[in-house]
Design a protein around this ligand. Sequence first.
Ligand code: HEC
Ligand code: HEC
Ligand code: HEC
Ligand code: HEC
Ligand code: HEC
Length: 329
Amino acid sequence: MSNDVESNDGERYFSRNAPAARSARVWTLLASIAAIAGVAAHVYGLTDGKRVAEALGGLAPATANATGSKGAAAGADDAVAALRKITDYEAARWHPLHFKPAIATATNEQCLTCHQEVLKTTVSAKSPAGVEAQNSIAWYQTLDTYAGRQETFHSRHLTTPFARQTMNLSCNFCHQGHDPREEAPGSSATAAPQGKEAGFTLRKVVDPSSTCLLCHGSFPAENMGLAGTWHENREALETDEAPNGCLSCHAEQFRTVRHRVNYLNSDAIEALAKAGSSDTCFGCHGGRSWFRISYPYPRHPWPGMDASEVPDWAKGRSAESRPEHQIKK
Ligand code: HEC
Ligand code: HEC
Ligand code: HEC
Ligand code: HEC
Ligand code: HEC
């Protein structure tokens, strides 16, 4: 399969590989310690391209998902080989693969031919003012669902253990084309038009409301008839035998048809949620809410649903996930 980014030398544009024997030894030592903590694959993932390739082993490129045939794999190799030949900075920066419509067909492997820096860069251990990263952690970073030390944004969505278990994100899930010149949709005749179709918003390289908001919205308590925060509610709902309070309503009663999309591992999510606590579910539905609103999720009909009454908040909701995310049958 063409997930293998091992042979790529993506750094040639951006960063230098420093495979000093000494640092390799330090990493080996660190890695053996990490192995004991069960996070070896993850730490290795940050040290060299080969390991990045392994870390990405489970990361299926979007088009391979759709086709997956032998011929497609050979075509993908050719596509990567062609990209690797590009040495001119401007030609690379303005490569059509960055923009609509080509970006919709891009595989992770193609993007990573030039962009391994997004997975290899690590966060600073200390801020310039001397605050240590490990001493300034957020609430959700203290939970069992959060493994290892602090990592970069891209790692936390592509290579960290929880991300790999629960998600199957591709570069073009978020990156749907951007504008290196004006960084503004609708700013010229050749720029993407304003509105949802642009794929990015002003001064951003993505459109947060169709990407981030899916997993970083606030807890939609009103829609559940729950008063107060999840922290206040969970105590009454959780016991040692049933430590996931979400499942007291969502195991059998409500919205049981969920997560059937190509960028989530739905079975793994349910298994983790059953074995763990509500932190697994809450993490994507309020626990890391960078937004004050929540995503207007599709409302898939579920067995036992009373279809005769539609609550006001649910009027106009789709009964299906967005077409590009549906699992092809
Ligand atoms: C042929 C090499 C090449 C390929 C393939 C490539 N890029 Fe790039 N990309 C570049 C270069 C060069 C830049 C400019 C970097 C800079 O100025 O720091 C860039 C810039 C970017 C930026 C920053 C844009 C900005 O305005 O700040 C993003 C985001 C990006 N690429 C994403 C992607 C994604 C996603 C893919 C796959 C669909 C991809 N790239 C494929 C070479 C490439
Ligand atoms: C979960 C959404 C998401 C995914 C998945 C994602 N990116 Fe990004 N990416 C972003 C956002 C948001 C930024 C802007 C970060 C910033 O402005 O600092 C970004 C920035 C970048 C940049 C600009 C350089 C930088 O660090 O600011 C590059 C290049 C890039 N991404 C490439 C990729 C590639 C290649 C992949 C797939 C291996 C990928 N991204 C997957 C959301 C994503
Ligand atoms: C499909 C779900 C999903 C989408 C879409 C998504 N995230 Fe996340 N995000 C997660 C999960 C899950 C984690 C926790 C990963 C872990 O613990 O390893 C996370 C973690 C984070 C973190 C915390 C990192 C840390 O180390 O504390 C930030 C910041 C973040 N996401 C920002 C974004 C932004 C910005 C976007 C949109 C460009 C985005 N996310 C899109 C699921 C998602
Ligand atoms: C007391 C029962 C109950 C508990 C506990 C509960 N929910 Fe819900 N939830 C509901 C009901 C009822 C709905 C709305 C069903 C409908 O569509 O009519 C709902 C809807 C949702 C929705 C969809 C909201 C929308 O706008 O479409 C999400 C997401 C959700 N719940 C996640 C969770 C998570 C995560 C937890 C645990 C942190 C949780 N729920 C705990 C009863 C509950
Ligand atoms: C990795 C992030 C993530 C985790 C973990 C997660 N969800 Fe979701 N959830 C999502 C996303 C993204 C959607 C929207 C999917 C779509 O577009 O169909 C969603 C949709 C839903 C919906 C709407 C269902 C419908 O009608 O389509 C409910 C209810 C829900 N989740 C409950 C839960 C519960 C309960 C758990 C724990 C068992 C959980 N989620 C764990 C990301 C997550």
